[in-house]
Design a protein around this ligand. Structure first.
Ligand SMILES: [Zn+2]
Length: 550
């Protein structure tokens, strides 16, 4: 009888101590039920959070000094509330749990974009969540440090002082079992573990890129064939430009006055998507051999390396700031070029105009006697739209009838986005004119890394992997070729046919090779949109979604 009573008393002690630590867990149990859409995820989240709290509880109970225990208890409560906040706010905002993909984007993003992200992230529900959790935390801390001094002392009796071995054993087994289960079964539900592993993966990826894609040549490609005659090729990498706001793609505003003038000289591909909606993930595929079928991060090569290895002098002109928290992936790829010009040191918060790139292009084009491959990375129509064009490009005003979600904010942003697109139109046209004036064997290819949503199908602005819309994937892909180039490639002439092909830019490297007359061991003609052997395949976006069945 006495044994039974001690066990009961000691269990009661653990329980009354635990009940405070388990408050966040109970909060998850209730709010998660409403906010986590699918039951399986809900159950997993609840179990994972419960186990994690149990481990922390054991941590508190094994300590001897009451003061240390109190401090640790308070600290762990703060950690739990913080974790719960991150988890629940993601579910509330995105309807999804925070994952490695989102963390990659966060690691790669600079401070301005992060604050921009936070601005759009903070809504009423999340503010309410924040204050409720803060109140809960205060309640626990006040209980812990200011009230019920005696009973709290009792509650916080260290387990090691328990008389009964069975209880000690139970507590330690509980801790070991919880740790084991978290690591083996629930690591994706634990924000700490996901952050840790994805940060480790991220650093590893960066190391790999430094040793591979940032080098002049890739050791994974070989057997290059390319003509030695004079060639001047330009690839323009756009930014955040959706084809749904381009006149060339039937938008109802005249956002492409200059490209439309030369429309019959252009291949305007009608149905092209980007594989992701964020710059880094997207360009990592578009500019390299990796695609969904072979994510191939170690055995890789970029379009810059292909150009180097087939005898071109390469130029990388970029208007995007090269430094984030770490060097960004496009910067690494650009570093392989033999001549690099990162002309912009300003963040996207400032006025950044792409016309600044043009004098550099002039200089590069001056020397006509060699094989030149020029890559131009635009600031394009990056968010902060009104800072992407000079005042004289202030053109659109008033409400556009095509905008689905009409309000003051959407009117202002749609106008500035459309102005930015009109300015972008003038930049692409000017690049074409400059190349055309050289009257050599040349082409200019332009695409955007992804698009932005502007109140057309969803009441939002920008791009966001959790709430994707067609405008974020559907991008312009436009190619101009000189007469000399067309004569060299009679197989490209069936323009009306090729521009109708559905294409995913993750295979751009093969179209690029075809267009540039480069062949090498990994070249796959069935993935080149210009080639007679082209094969329409599933267009996979994100991590395995079939875009055309979405
Ligand atoms: Zn982008």
């Amino acid at each position: 009888m006495k044994l039974y009573k001690t066990i009961l008393l000691e269990l009661k002690v653990i329980f009354s101590c635990g009940i405070y630590l388990f408050l966040p867990f109970m909060f998850l149990l209730v709010t998660g039920f409403f906010y986590i859409n699918d039951t399986y995820s809900y159950i997993r989240e609840v179990i994972a959070f419960g186990l994690f709290t149990a481990v922390l509880l054991v941590l508190v109970t094994v300590l001897n000094s009451l003061q240390t225990r109190k401090i640790i208890f308070g600290f762990l409560s703060i950690i739990l509330v913080l974790l719960l906040f991150v988890k629940m706010s993601f579910y509330m905002f995105y309807g999804a749990k925070i994952n490695a993909s989102a963390l990659f984007v966060i690691f790669e993003t600079n401070t301005y974009e992060a604050s921009e992200f936070l601005n759009s992230f903070i809504n009423k529900e999340i503010i309410v969540l924040f204050f409720v959790l803060l109140l809960m935390l205060f309640f626990v801390l006040i209980k812990l440090f200011y009230t019920e001094k005696i009973s709290m002392k009792l509650r916080l009796i260290p387990v090691l002082m328990f008389k009964h071995k069975l209880i000690k054993l139970f507590v330690f087994l509980l801790a070991i079992f919880s740790c084991y289960t978290i690591f083996t079964r629930f690591s994706n539900e634990n924000v700490f573990l996901t952050s840790y592993t994805s940060h480790k993966d991220y650093i590893l990826l960066k190391e790999n890129l430094k040793n591979t894609l940032a080098q002049k040549e890739s050791s994974y490609v070989a057997n290059f064939l390319s003509s030695n005659e004079e060639q001047t090729y330009v690839v323009i990498i756009g930014e955040s430009t959706s084809n749904s706001h381009m006149e060339l793609y039937n938008y109802n505003r005249d956002t492409n006055p200059l490209l439309r003038e030369i429309e019959d000289e252009l291949y305007v591909f009608e149905d092209v998507i980007s594989p992701h909606v964020h710059t880094i993930e997207s360009l990592e595929k578009i500019l390299t051999l990796s695609n969904y079928d072979s994510p191939n991060k170690k055995m890789n090569a970029s379009i810059v390396q292909l150009a180097n290895q087939s005898g071109f002098t390469t130029y990388w002109l970029s208007n995007q700031r090269p430094v984030g928290i770490y060097e960004s992936i496009p910067t690494m790829i650009g570093n392989a070029a033999s001549n690099r010009y990162f002309i912009n040191s300003d963040d996207s918060i400032f006025n950044v105009y792409d016309e600044k790139l043009l004098p550099y292009l002039d200089k590069v084009l001056e020397n006509t006697s060699e094989k030149k491959m020029i890559f131009i990375h635009l600031m394009g129509t990056h968010i902060g739209y009104d800072k992407r064009y000079p005042e004289k490009f202030e053109y659109f005003s008033g409400e556009n009838e095509k905008t689905k979600y009409k309000h003051d904010k959407s009117e202002k942003l749609v106008n500035s986005y459309d102005n930015a697109i009109r300015y972008n139109d003038s930049i692409v046209r000017e690049v074409i004119d400059k190349v055309k004036a050289k009257n050599t064997n040349s082409y200019v290819a332009y695409f955007s890394d992804h698009g932005d949503e502007l109140y057309d199908t969803s009441d939002m602005v920008g791009h966001d992997m959790y709430n994707t819309t067609p405008s974020m994937y559907e991008v312009p892909f436009i190619v101009w070729m000189s007469e000399k180039h067309k004569l060299k490639h009679p197989e490209f002439l069936d323009k009306l046919k090729v521009v109708k092909r559905s294409y995913n830019l993750e295979d751009f490297i093969h179209s690029f090779s075809d267009l540039s007359g480069i062949s090498f061991n990994e070249y796959d003609a069935t993935r080149s949109v210009f080639n007679i052997q082209y094969q329409q395949r599933k267009r996979i976006i994100k991590d395995g979604v079939d875009y055309d069945k979405k």
